[in-house]
Ligand binder design. Sequence first.
Ligand SMILES: [Zn+2]
Length: 318
Amino acid sequence: MNINVIGIDIGGTNLRGAVVDSKGKILKKYSLSSEANVGIDNLINNLIDLINNLRADFKITGIGIGIPGILDSKKGIITQAPNIKNAANYPIIKVLNSRIKPRLPLVIENDANCAAFGEYKFGAGLGFKTLIMITLGTGVGGGIILNGEIWNGAHGMGGEIGHIKIYPDGNKCNCGNRGCLESYSSLVGIKNMIKKGLTENKINKKLLEKIKSTKHDKLPELFYEEAKSGNSFSKRLWEEFGKALGIGISSLTNLLNVEIVVIGGGIANAWQMFIPSTKKAVKENTLIGPYQKLKISKSKLKNDAGILGAASLILPEK
Ligand SMILES: [Zn+2]
């Protein structure tokens, strides 16, 4: 019998979903604005529209939803979600159960964990049992899979890879601490390096003009192109970005001895610019045993990792 489920990825801007079969094949996709910044009620209305659209032509057996925030998955509650307005302590499963007709089994999971689970089930992590996924975007997201299960800590707050310490007394992080991975290997990190470059007078006039006329979320692409054409500040920026990532991966590897680290997120597109210094730092800082067994790979599922991971949560074990 064909089993089809719905996987949903809730983002700060977009709400993306798909009908997925038991082999991880996407049969239909749909997306709309999430309006998460307007409020949780708008988000729920959009979520219902998305689900109704996706289930119209398919027999669906369940829905998995990836949510950006700290959740109590068992109780079906969003504990804390800074990118969704008024979502603190929100009983999302209870609300959805009362709105989805006919009712379907529902599960929720943190979005970064979903992406890691997607890569584990259907992507770069296929065939491995232990995996870490690092998502490079505005910040640094992380998901840990141990023996085929998501590890998110005793209270659902674990796997915060973006906030492991890279440099004590380093850059100030949004979390209030200093020297976190996120303050180097992310869009936030790139902005920190621009600031530093400006105070140290390392950015020439031509590059500064380009930085000023570039939208923030396009800065990684700008520095990718600049590094490719030999600009020394841009090359240095990616070296620093990659080195911090490598130091972070070495701490995780020394601690967990995972088989594979998968790197995804929009900035992973600059792979060839940062990965040499990442690999160098991993080699220099990881114990020889776990280092020799470690594989570092680029995400295979890209934007679909979250959707496929959320769908996998509700697919029956083979
Ligand atoms: Zn931090």
